[in-house]
Design a protein around this ligand. Structure first.
Ligand code: NAP
Length: 495
């Protein structure tokens, strides 16, 4: 096995060849009906990596039938056994971390070190939910009148539909599969057509770890809507767990209304990053690098709007620009590269358009500000100052390596600007004043707050947003609840 930085191009062919390319339905890998395939590209070169099966709506219905057939027996499997499957899968992922990371870098672009970080993060969801599988509890209580008893039981929701995005191709899957397996739910999972290879690799690992046939069914497709809508409207699936953009999430919520499916929605963000005049600026710049540059800025948690107190704004911008300008941009497989390409031409065009719009509206480039010539979808790490709040950069998800800085004068102005968005996933704030820290944390309208840190994601913590950033939480002790129903049995006690 290779380690980061030591692999040779032959490794790239070896790891890609090892990924199963079919649909995984009922425990069997098979071609899509009609033999249809779709191409997976390397965003660093724009060249094809491989072809994978491209599911049709009929294939999707077969996957749903397989999950439905597996549901009852899987729900009856002892929780300890379900947990042990997750634990074995965790161990296999960690044993194969180098190969899994290389596959991820090839299909998605992030540097190998970041891919390894994501594989570890992703595997940790399995370890966490292996432990949660045996802690599903219930309750027994005396009714207030004393004449009956309440028995409260938790049961698996039933068959779940899982839809994951391309930006964290492994972790967004394990964050759903982990609690679904722990709770006893069979699944149909649809990864993004841009980055299906991580989920294909994972399905094989789960089968090897002993997951029964039909519990996880994988349908990669170039027709996401046409394949998933009939499954959502069918009625046999009882839950949809979706991670992706807010517009698609809203459309799916409407579809879920027909059969009143349970939903978990992990949607888009527009995170404010507040730097107060009493902040430790070096700590704030470190946090900004994490919150902005993780995943090349292609993260729902990415700092989107830097709101900095006027008295420290110039120094903060200078320090941040020095760090951003020193980053090495390149193919994520190459040693020393810190910033990979954006995922595709569309992603880069959007970043370019947002930066151009801000410049037209009066912003100034401190560093970067343009795409990198040549093959692949690279964009230079960029810092802009004087970004007006009405610029598109301040209102839309950037999903690229661009830090947009705006100044504020008072705490109230900072909080008002931070909350002036339909999104509410995460906010960051840097201050050394404990009272201000707690007061502003309470005032920020977001599901998560990073206080003097640029990283909030942790499998043991409840991840999720408010407002149009979503519904429900993933991870933490509440993560499994999303896959459980509460049943109450009223017990007559006579008299
Ligand atoms: P997206 O376009 O909404 O796609 C997400 C997933 O939905 C993909 O698998 C996509 O398939 C599928 N999809 C697209 N249209 C669909 C439809 N009509 N019916 C069913 N499925 C459909 O989002 P993305 O560009 O992949 O991901 C980036 C977005 O995800 C950002 O907004 C980001 O903030 C958000 N995100 C949120 C979180 C969170 O935890 N809150 C985490 C990560 C990402 P195809 O890709 O094959 O079209």
């Amino acid at each position: 096995m290779t380690t980061t930085g030591e692999h040779v191009p032959g490794d790239e062919a070896r790891v890609i060849d090892a990924v199963p390319t079919g649909l995984f339905i009922g425990g069997t890998w098979r071609p899509a009906s009609g033999g249809r395939t779709l191409t997976v590209d390397d965003p660093a070169t724009g060249k094809a990596l491989c072809e994978v099966a491209d599911a049709s709506p009929a294939d999707g219905m077969e996957a749903l039938a397989a999950a439905t057939a597996a549901q009852a027996s899987f729900a009856a499997m002892p929780p300890r056994e379900r947990g042990e499957i997750l634990l074995r899968a965790y161990e296999i992922m960690m044993e194969r971390i180098d190969d899994l990371a290389l596959v991820m870098t090839l299909e998605m672009g992030k540097p190998l070190a970041e891919s390894k970080g994501e594989i570890t993060y992703a595997a940790e969801f399995f370890r966490w939910f292996a432990e949660e599988a045996v802690r599903i509890d219930g309750g027994y209580a005396v009714a207030p009148a004393g004449t009956s008893r309440f028995l409260v039981q938790k049961q698996p929701v039933g068959v779940c539909l899982l839809i994951t995005p391309w930006n964290f191709p492994m972790a967004m899957g394990t964050r759903k599969i982990g609690p679904a397996v722990a709770a006893g739910c069979a699944m149909v999972l649809k990864p993004s057509e841009l980055t299906p290879l991580s989920m294909h690799s994972l399905a094989a690992i789960l089968a090897e770890a002993g997951l029964p046939d039909g519990v996880l069914n994988l349908v990669t497709t170039s027709e996401a809507g046409a394949v998933m809508e009939p499954l959502i409207r069918d009625g046999r699936a009882r839950k949809l767990s979706f991670t992706g953009s807010t517009p698609v999430g809203k459309k799916l919520l409407e579809q879920c209304a027909e059969k009143v499916l349970r939903t978990s929605m992990e949607l888009g963000g527009n995170a404010p990053f507040l730097v107060f005049d009493d902040a430790d600026l070096d700590k704030a710049v470190e946090g900004a690098m994490q919150a902005k540059m993780r995943n090349m800025g292609e993260a729902c948690t990415a700092a989107n709007r830097f709101l900095v107190h006027r008295s420290v704004a110039d120094v903060f911008a200078e320090k941040l620009a020095a760090r951003m300008g020193a980053l090495t941009v390149g193919r994520g497989t190459e040693e020393g590269v810190q910033v990979g390409p954006l995922v595709n031409a569309k992603g880069r065009e959007k970043v370019t358009a947002l930066v151009d719009d801000a410049l037209e509206k009066g912003a100034t480039v401190v560093v970067g500000g343009d795409p990198v010539d040549g093959p692949g979808w690279f964009y230079r790490p960029t810092v802009l100052t004087g970004v007006p709040l009405e610029a598109r950069l301040s209102r839309e998800e950037i999903f690229g390596p661009v830090a947009a800085i705006t100044v504020f004068d008072t705490d109230d102005d900072a909080v008002a600007a931070a909350n002036d968005t339909e999104f509410g996933l995460v906010s960051y704030l840097f201050t050394e004043n404990i009272t201000r820290a707690l007061r502003v944390s309470e005032q920020l309208e977001s599901g998560m707050v990073g206080l003097n840190t640029g990283l909030v994601s942790n499998p043991a913590a409840p991840f999720g947003g408010v407002k149009e950033s979503g519904l429900g939480r993933e991870g933490g002790t509440v993560g499994i609840e999303e896959f459980l129903e509460t049943k109450y049995v009223a017990i007559g006690f006579g008299g």
